[in-house]
Design a protein around this ligand. Structure first.
Ligand SMILES: Cc1ncc(COP(=O)(O)O)c(C=O)c1O
Length: 418
């Protein structure tokens, strides 16, 4: 197998560094320290289609990061992109919003079990912040319970003290708990009577650099009851796994009903917008909060969202992605075993996390991932991976071949592995 070279990628990155802080900022760039060794990774893509993207050196990758989630049907899906083109002929960002917004809200209310209404913004972090504002407006309280290691965006309240730009006041009203520990939440609620506005968490725990964890039996049912009994708003951040588990919402999948649900990544197959869904009880609070943005009511993403969600329902996207994910990961585990590697898979098959457990430092895992990327299977070593609906059996087969060669290379570099 040919090893990829990244000459143009590097040239462009040097050019970018002169005019853009860190060249590529945030989690898509090398500065976060997540793409190590950086020499194994491309920096810029030129085009994308289906389950692939091509970088500026012409290398093709089977993409298991899916733009960190938005690629859910396959890049440049014709049904979605044609709906966008039709809408663009009519208009996009206009003074009075298009009726596509109503159509999309109706579709969300029909699709998501808990939803009585839907509110729109641009990014996942816009709606997690809005969810907290709604909860505070509804309860007149100021504290929020959050799970340690959970990610809800980059607004100051979501970050940690010690991170540049964050001051104590930004996070003064956050109380952090461990995932799946009901008793800890119960104690906090008891110790802070009439002070907790909101409990916010992802539907299952998908932190970085750690095995992902599903909720224990009855965890959500007990949390739901605790919130109801104490007037606390239960907000579920379904930004990442929304529609990769259940079209009716991940709370529905785990058998409980949230008060607020945040969606983003899988809504429009890459066309940018986010949604907060809520129940009737919170409609007035949502109406009372002043919250908007220059592009939030643009029509083209709503057209994309209507086409994307209808197609996901038509093909039963979540089931399809679970099946593809299972086939892929079962194969990876088997191949790893042949060469003495214990590859542990956690989370859900459509959005799995994996790590080689032979070494706790994750160095072997990082090496194996880098060898995969250099041969055309784009994984990240630190983060959960994503399946999209267009991934084919041939893609899975090729990924298994790449993974096998990568395991062989790592094994030959580490004779201690038996
Ligand atoms: C669970 C979760 N919540 C919130 C966000 C923030 O979304 P965005 O980056 O679109 O603001 C993300 C993004 O990765 C996420 O995974």
């Amino acid at each position: 197998m040919k090893l990829y070279k990244y000459e143009k990628n590097l040239e462009l990155f040097k050019r970018a560094l002169k005019v853009i802080p860190t060249g590529i900022y945030g989690h898509l760039g090398p500065v976060e320290g997540c793409y190590i060794p950086t020499s194994a990774y491309p920096f810029y893509s030129e085009r994308a289609k289906g389950s692939y993207f091509w970088d500026v050196d012409g290398n093709r990758f089977i993409d298991y990061m899916c733009a960190y989630g938005p690629n859910v049907l396959g890049y440049n899906d014709d049904v979605v992109d044609n709906a966008v083109k039709e809408q663009l002929k009519l208009g996009n960002c206009t003074t009075a919003p298009s009726t596509k917004m109503i159509e999309f809200a109706e579709l969300m209310v029909d699709t998501v079990e808990m939803a009585d209404w839907a509110f729109f913004a641009k990014n996942g972090g816009d709606v997690t912040s809005f969810a907290l504002m709604v909860a505070k407006a509804a309860t007149g309280r100021k504290k929020t319970i959050l799970v340690k290691g959970g990610y809800h965006g980059v607004a100051p309240w979501t970050q940690k003290l010690g991170c540049p730009g964050i001051v104590e006041e930004d996070i003064a009203n956050n109380i952090y708990v461990n995932w799946n520990n009901y008793e800890e939440v119960e104690k906090i609620v008891k110790d802070n009577p009439d002070e907790i506005a909101c409990f916010m968490a992802t539907p299952y725990h998908h932190p970085v650099f750690q095995d992902n964890e599903l909720p224990q039996k009855d965890y959500w049912q007990k949390i739901r009851k605790l919130c109801t009994d104490n007037g606390i708003v239960l907000a579920i951040d379904d930004v990442r796994c929304g529609f990769r588990l259940d079209m009716a919402g991940s709370d529905h999948y785990f058998g409980f009903k949230a008060d607020l649900m945040c969606f983003c990544k899988a809504l429009g197959n890459g066309w940018n917008f986010s949604t907060l869904c809520g129940t009737d009880a919170l409609r007035d609070a949502a109406s009372s909060v002043m919250y908007t943005g220059s592009y939030w009511l643009s029509a083209a993403p709503f057209a994309a969202g209507i086409a994307c969600i209808n197609k996901l329902k038509e093909i039963n996207g979540p089931k399809l992605m679970q099946e593809k994910g299972k086939k892929l990961t079962d194969g990876l585990v088997e191949i790893g075993k042949k060469y003495g590697f214990d590859l542990k898979v956690s989370g859900i098959p459509s959005m799995w996390y994996m790590r080689i457990t032979n070494d706790d430092s994750l160095t072997l895992h990082q090496e194996w991932i880098a060898e995969c990327v250099r041969r055309g299977a784009f994984f990240a070593a630190h983060h959960n991976l994503f399946i999209n609906c267009s991934l084919s059996n041939e893609d899975i087969k090729l990924t298994h071949e790449i993974a096998e060669e990568a395991f062989k290379v790592v094994k030959s570099n580490h004779p201690e592995i038996k």
